[in-house]
Design a protein around this ligand. Sequence first.
Ligand SMILES: [Zn+2]
Length: 476
Amino acid sequence: MLKVTNTLTGNKEPFTPINPPEVKMYVCGPTVYGDIHIGNARSQVNFDVIRKYLIYSGYKVTYVVNITDIDDKIIKKSIEEKKEAKEIAENYTQAYFKVMEKLGVQKADFHPKATEFIPDMIGLIAGLIEKGHAYVVPSTDLGKDVLFDSTTFKTYGKLSGKNLEELQEGARVEKNEAKKSPIDFVLWKASKPGEPQWDSPWGKGRPGWHIECSTMVRKILGDSIDIHGGGVDLIFPHHENEIAQCEGFTEKPYVKYWLHNGFIEISGQKMSKSLGNIWKAKAALADYRPEVLRYFFLSAHYRSGLNYDQDILEANKRGWEEFNLTFQRVEEALNSPPVDYPMDLLELRLAIDEVEAKFKEAMDDDFNTPKATAALFDLARETRRVLSQTPRVSVGAKSLLGEALDKLNLLGGILGIVTAERVSIPKEVEELAQARVQMKKDRKFKEADEIRAKVMEMGFIIEDVQGGQFRILPKK
Ligand SMILES: [Zn+2]
């Protein structure tokens, strides 16, 4: 049975959706004011895998990832670049989808944009005022602010494990004198002249970030959902505030399971503008295959931090390439005429039989992707072992290798670490390797070595196998 670690309780709990087999799942998406960094990309890959695994497990998942297309950061950027906020948001939304597609992150069932739900946000804010959870304060010439009154929500702090009194004492003194309590947060913000604005009962303004997510969740998925995910940095205040808004209004539990993924660190340091070590997903994709990046992201448990440095990623790349080579070798063997001698296939049979159970056991344990990946790599290794002596195999081996490939495609597809792309060997390389076989027969070893060196320069390695045969591999 699937167990998930729930930030709300701090426990690993059996996963029992509200209305099985339906699973309603919402993950906080990007604020579109710049290109996303690999930390954001990792988060989306983590939840993409979780979604795909839930579907594989038989759940009917409705998956929502929002786009925050109105926010202070977008407005700031629009002033810097002298463009409309709308244009900034549109451009970076497209850039985001491009990166997601490249990374093999499947589109969500819904990608709501905050600006398409303004009337619903206004409705929810009005409802919160009516219920005594929010209050209106004067702000700009154009309108008033609406703030959430945190003290009216008795369990405020339950997600982050913070207590209301401590929070109030610890909160830094804000300039906003109008706040009843320093931890009250903005639901509606009055606009300044020239800023994006919408009409509301409180004048011209725009919604706060937290109310955006709460509204889109309720509008698309309903009052109570199964899974809400996001980065660990969103626990407080973003998700804490989402709970206060929704539960304050509906008086129903908002989210059953809160899942949060860890950060990526760069050589042991947090990515930050001041350190100048922000690694954009676009740049990462220019240097590495998406499957390699996914393999790297999944090499740590999603809740854990993940450390990047060049050596670690290069090691991941080599590991993945070896894994990927399995597919090529098996396909070669399946396309070659069979041999008629028997082969020892017991270990491969066992590896095939246990891979899915091992994979499931790992993923059922709070989506333990490092263990799940290891199960696939074990099977891949055994498969390559069978093929290590000869590229040609018996009829029985062919059938087993086909089975192994099916399993690797099925389960590797959930993780998104398999690709249909194969390395194609240029004809010239093939011919040189053929010519080398004859040279070796003629004991022209010097010439044979020269050919091997030449092929190496062309980016390929000739590997000798049994019976004077050879295999060509891409150089790492
Ligand atoms: Zn959110």
